[in-house]
Design a binder for this molecule. Structure first.
Ligand code: 9MG
Length: 255
């Protein structure tokens, strides 16, 4: 899953893709590099980020989704109205960092046949990294995701449409992120495919001492550890390089 941020303050692309045509061109390049789908987002969810209005989010996202109609597109949003509009414009997946907890979010996706990615997050992007605490981060994330999968079941969203994601970096310290990555196989008990996103995140900076533009090797290592832990979707900025890591992992798995 290649990342296409359509935000002016994206931590990794600096807003270079705010223009819809540029975002569409970037998404097409990611498909050329081997992405199976792209994740289009109009609201920055990086730690400390300010929110964006619904109208602005729609203006950012819809032209890009419309321009990518012939491709598999995921839309990263927590708003039911944006979900509905994105699905109408051809999106095939909704990636929700709030796991469809907004009022009306379950109903917004239940009537379609789209896939959904349910992500765990503790707190809001504006303050979530201030002092996150868990008794047992793996148990808490697993139980939360299990409850959200049950809510999807109750709303009529079939299991084969659901992906779960522990939400690395969303209300988690470096230690929490590493614990979740190490114990990722425990989330297999959820019974749905797992997605992970470590690409260019600040935990990599803490571990390697590298700035945001220098985290490719760390991102690839984390992606590989995710695959070994059972992840089946990798949310990444660097598709070409990650594709090679995936091919290497696939070859190793078959040997
Ligand atoms: C939107 N977004 C940013 N990071 C993410 C992650 O790790 N997973 C998912 N599903 N979405 C993310």
């Amino acid at each position: 899953m290649g990342v296409v941020n359509v935000t002016p303050d994206s931590f990794s692309d600096g807003g270079r893709f705010l223009d819809a045509d540029a975002a569409i061109a970037h998404a097409r390049a990611l498909f050329d590099e081997g992405a199976d789908l792209v994740d289009v987002g109009g609201e920055s969810t990086r730690p400390g980020a300010e929110g964006v209005s619904e109208a602005e989010e729609l203006v950012r996202v819809l032209p890009v989704v419309t321009g990518l109609r012939e491709f598999p597109v995921s839309v990263d949003t927590r708003r039911p109205n944006v979900m509905r509009a994105a699905l109408g414009a051809g999106a095939s997946m909704i990636n929700d960092i709030e796991a469809l907890t907004a009022p009306g979010a379950l109903a917004a996706v239940a009537g379609s046949d789209c896939a959904v990615c349910l992500m765990h997050k503790k707190g809001d992007p504006a303050s979530m990294q201030e002092d996150p605490r868990y008794r047992d981060v793996v148990a808490e994330v697993r139980d939360y995701l299990a409850a959200r999968i049950a809510a999807c079941d109750a709303a009529g969203i079939a299991r084969n449409r659901i992906v779960a994601d522990p939400g690395f970096g969303f209300g988690k310290t470096v230690e929490h992120n590493l614990t979740l990555l190490k114990r990722l196989p425990e989330l297999a008990a959820l019974g749905v495919p797992l997605a992970v996103g470590w690409s260019r995140k600040s935990s990599l900076g803490h571990i390697t001492g590298r700035g945001a533009g220098e985290r490719l090797a760390g991102s690839l290592a984390a992606a590989l550890l995710g695959l070994l832990g059972g992840a089946r979707i990798l949310r990444v900025h660097d598709v070409k390089e990650t594709r090679d890591a995936v091919l290497m992992w696939q070859a190793w798995s078959k040997a």
